[in-house]
Design a protein around this ligand. Structure first.
Ligand code: FMN
Length: 444
């Protein structure tokens, strides 16, 4: 574990184009089927590994409409994808998104435990409750769970998975050929869990990896979401538009971890998603950003995508120049409600029309991390030193841009001594992030 505080970097591949990047796939360097092309993901992971990134972060959703971004329309399932990437990389952490709303704890604990063994201790789980409410209909339900149920399930689910990962003490398998003894049966533990949402007997038929448990990430911004992150999260994926809001989130989460849950706040790394645009000069980078935004996020695309936090409610049905239809918020109640409410409150407070509210989502896409390599490195360090975050989840969009981040921005961070020059030998994801190995709860 590194003694001095270091910046942590994650790479978030968006394949053919994620939210707000509907024309990314027009880049000739991106294969048209990048989001289902394992060679593409391997090449991004290897490039990130050359840049000594802590982790590859794969987001996910399981509900689409014809308006969904290209990457969402057709993409690989995260754990299958990461298992393949694991065999082509050595040190980079592999974080996959999986929902606690439409999975069962035993099955998911087994799959993440397997990824952790396949990758020799590099697995991480981004715990989500599913923002896209329509997913429920793909799992036999008429509607998504309400928030209390979503987060109640999530809390019990994660704690259950962690308990299942301890099913075997580390020395349970004796494998003594001279005596023929394979297992020390006293070191296999059954759970017999009967909770509010789940009933699981156990044990899990899998040993722990050398990092003990996969690292738990969390993404979700409501009060319940923050409590989940503060209680069981070891990494938080969030969005922060500027340093003051990043600091407020950081203080809130770390304060909750310390005060409500008695945890060491250093054992929780906060990594907002960021968009970086590198140019030879700051002016050139801003021009590239403006061109990208204009092309990738036209007003029509922004309007079509606007309804996503509102359960993909169709906003094209409204008069663009009438007052913002605040009554639409009801459609977000079981979706990305925190985000939908923030969007609605802002529109109402400013007296905006729908057109102005949609335009604002395009303006907000301007990033602080746009400039020459030195400007970007300065900004990253400024945020990190101000404790607006512990690191950054860098969106991988245009390949040439990501190469410049790896080849021109990372070396500056390394020279300044705020980012690793190399991985530790046999690095696990926990080692990369400076997180402790959880002791087995049954070990004496
Ligand atoms: C930064 C961030 C990233 C998220 N990523 C995903 C994701 O990849 N897949 C998913 O199904 N939900 C994702 N979510 C949705 C959350 O798990 C949650 O269901 C949603 O944000 C609503 O909860 P909240 O009001 O607590 O934020 C994400 C949320 C945030 C804030």
């Amino acid at each position: 574990m590194s003694a001095t505080r270091q910046i942590h970097l994650g790479a978030v591949p968006y394949g053919t184009g994620g939210p707000g990047s509907h024309t990314l796939w027009l880049d000739p360097e991106i294969p048209g089927d990048a989001s289902v092309d394992i060679d593409w993901f391997v090449s991004i992971a290897q490039l990130a590994e050359r840049g000594k990134f802590d982790l590859l972060f794969v987001v996910d959703s399981q509900f689409i409409t014809p308006y969904s971004p290209p990457h969402y329309l057709n993409r690989l399932e995260p754990l299958t994808l990461l298992s393949a990437v694991a065999t082509h990389t050595r040190n980079i952490g592999l974080v996959g998104t999986a929902t606690t709303s439409f999975n069962s704890p035993f099955n998911l604990a087994r799959r993440f435990g397997s990824l952790d063994l396949i990758s020799h201790g590099r697995a991480g789980w981004n715990v989500v409750t599913t923002g896209d409410a329509g997913t429920a209909k793909n799992y036999g339900l008429d509607e998504h769970f309400d928030y209390d149920t979503r987060y109640g399930r999530a809390q019990e689910f994660v704690e259950l998975a962690q308990a299942l990962w301890d099913s075997y003490e580390d020395d349970a398998f004796v494998r003594d050929r001279s005596t023929g003894r394979f297992l020390d049966r006293d070191k296999q533990h059954r759970l017999d869990h009967e909770g509010t949402y789940f009933k699981v007997q156990g044990p899990l038929n899998l040993v722990r990896s050398r990092q003990g448990h996969p690292v738990i990430f969390q993404a979700g911004d409501s009060d319940q979401g923050r409590d989940l992150g503060a209680s069981v999260g070891e990494g938080i994926f969030t969005h922060a538009p500027d340093i003051p809001s990043g600091q407020a989130f950081y203080d809130d989460i770390k304060g909750r971890a310390r005060d409500r849950f008695g945890r060491n706040p250093e054992h929780l790394v906060i990594m907002p998603g960021v968009k970086i645009v590198v140019g030879d000069t700051d002016e050139e980078a801003r021009e590239i950003e403006a061109e990208n935004n204009e092309r990738d996020h036209t007003f029509t695309a922004a309007l079509e995508e606007f309804g996503r936090p509102f359960g993909w409610h169709d906003f094209t049905q409204y008069d663009l120049d009438a007052p913002f239809p605040a009554e639409a918020l009801v459609h977000g109640e079981r979706s990305f409600y925190t985000q939908a409410k923030a969007v609605t409150d802002r529109a109402v407070a400013n007296g905006w029309s729908l057109r102005q509210a949609v335009e604002a989502t395009r303006v907000w896409r301007k990033s602080e991390f746009v400039g020459s390599p030195h400007t970007i490195a300065d900004k990253l360090i400024e945020w990190w030193e101000a404790r607006a975050c512990d690191g950054f989840n860098v969106g991988v969009d245009h390949p040439a841009n990501f190469r410049r981040i790896v080849e021109e921005v990372v070396p500056i961070l390394q020279e300044r001594g705020v980012f690793r020059a190399d991985y530790e030998p046999e690095a696990t994801l926990r080692a990369n992030l400076g997180l402790p190995i959880p002791p087995n709860r049954y070990a004496g």
